[in-house]
Every structure is written in C-alpha cells, then in structure tokens.
Design a protein around this ligand. Structure first.
Ligand SMILES: N[C@@H](CCC(=O)N[C@@H](CS)C(=O)NCC(=O)O)C(=O)O
Length: 261
C-alpha cells in the first residue's frame, strides 16, 4: 500500500519499515506513532495500554532483521518505541513498561475509573516490586525455545514454573478476577499477561512440559476476553506459526511482513 510522506506526517495511516535502505520517515506531527512488530510481546503491552485508553495512534511495523541504521538512534533499535509530537519536533519513549506508564499518566484523567496505575504511591511501588520478580520471565522463555541443550532448557522451565507458581498463589488466594484482589485489571495484569499467554500457548501446543496453573489459565482467558483490550492483542496463530517454523528451519521469523507459513 502506497503512502505519501504527507500522510505519514499527518494521518493515522499505518506503514512499515521493511529494508535497511528505507529512509527515516517524516515525523508525525499530529498523532502518536508506535514503532512495533506484530509478534512482539513487549509491543503488545504498549498496544494494550493504548487500546485500553482508546488512544489513537499510528502503527509502524518494523522488519526487525532489516532495521536501517537510523532506527538504532531510538533506544538501541528495540521495539516498542512510542513517538510523540512535540513543539521542538518529536520525542520518544522506549521500554514497554515505561510506555505503559506514560500512556496511563497521559490519558487517565479522561477517564479516572480506567486508570491502570494506583494513585497511592505505596500501592504503586508495591505492585512494581511484585512485577520486578518477573523481570527475567521473557529471557527464560526465549532461551528455552532457542537452546538445543536439554539441561539448560529444563533449568529455564523450572524457573518459569517458579514464577508462575507465585502468580497462581496470588490469584488463587485472593479469589479475585485480577491481581492484588482487584475486580478490574491494572498495569501488572497487562504487562505479565503478554508473556504468560505465550508460555501457556507453548506448553499446550509444542513439547513444553510445564505443570498446569489453573488460576493463571483462567486469568489469561479473562484478559483475552476484555472488550477494551481486544484490538490490541497479537495474533496467537501467527506466534505459534513463527515458533513452529523456527523449530523446523532455525530461522527466528521477525521479518515484516510475516513469512507465509
Ligand atoms: N525490555 C524491552 C524489550 C524489547 C525487545 O526486546 N523487543 C524485541 C522484539 S520482541 C526487539 O526489538 N528486539 C530487537 C533488539 O533488541 O535488537 C521492553 O520491555 O520494551
């Protein structure tokens, strides 16, 4: 689909960066722009926060193996990047958890009942401390998919199980729908969901022998079904196809457009 520089700079029309030779697009001076990739769980966090707050933004899909040099000037070239119009041009926010917090801080006043972060500083800090326990969950997951060494894989799977047990305990003890005894989801639910969902998909669909966590499974299904989040969810079929293709070819499919499998 053709898009002009004028449209890139003023509209919500999405486009993609598909080659190392692609030049830096004109900055969008009217709308937020999200540089991402449709399979990335970190980008999904940002999209869920944006959808939750009914924010308008321009999607730019980046073919990760083909990033042009200029893209590395954004936070070492990793996605998500949220670019924001600014009087002096544009500014950007990187790191998915920081993007989620920024989006919530910018938009929560429009609908305080939908704030994702608690306003009480101690509550906010304790939830961040809880979240911090899970900071290596993504690493364990990707490492156990990528490694060919069985002992390393089972060490990472045990670490994943330890972390999911903490979540299971928290959810089953309170009996509430969401974390911290809440009946509505907050930032920790969104941030953990994106990785935990992938782990549950893998444990069911490929040879990933992890124990079952019934409360975690229900929690994941509840978040999947939340109407405000629907448009921000990554395709689970595409994720699984990418993993299955990796198992056969050894190629980690983070190109854009996605390979047809
Ligand atoms: N800690 C970062 C991780 C982001 C990340 O690793 N994104 C991946 C795609 S899923 C990426 O851009 N990888 C390319 C790279 O790191 O060079 C966050 O939470 O935003």
């Amino acid at each position: 689909m053709e898009i002009t520089e004028q449209e890139k700079a003023k509209t919500l029309k999405e486009f993609s960066i598909q080659s190392k030779a692609d030049g830096k697009p004109s900055a969008n001076t009217e709308h937020w722009r999200l540089y991402g990739h449709p399979l990335c769980p970190y980008v999904e966090r940002a999209k869920l926060a944006l959808k939750h707050h009914e924010a308008e933004y321009q999607n730019v899909h980046v073919s990760l193996p083909d990033r042009p040099d200029w893209f590395y000037s954004y936070h070492r070239g990793a996605v998500p990047i949220l670019e924001i119009p600014d009087a002096s041009g544009t500014k950007f926010i990187a790191e998915s958890t920081i993007v989620v917090e920024y989006v919530d801080d910018e938009l929560k006043d429009k609908s305080p009942a939908h704030a994702l972060f608690p306003s009480d500083p101690f509550e906010r800090a304790s939830r961040k401390m809880f979240l911090d326990k899970f900071r290596d969950l993504g690493l364990y997951m990707f490492r156990s998919i990528l490694t060919t060494k069985e002992d390393k894989r089972s060490r990472d799977l045990s670490k994943i199980e330890e972390l999911l047990s903490i979540l299971e305990e928290e959810l089953s003890t309170s009996g509430a729908k969401y974390l911290f005894g809440e009946e509505k989801y907050g930032f920790v639910d969104i941030i953990l969901f994106c990785q935990v969902k992938q782990i549950l998909i893998l444990s069911k669909k490929i040879d990933w022998p992890i124990q079952t966590f019934p409360s975690v499974k229900k929690w994941v299904n509840r978040i999947r079904a939340e109407p405000r989040l629907k448009g921000g969810l990554n395709s689970e079929a595409d994720f699984l196809a990418m993993i299955q293709s990796f198992k056969h070819t050894g190629v980690w499919g983070l190109k854009y457009p996605l390979a047809k499998i």
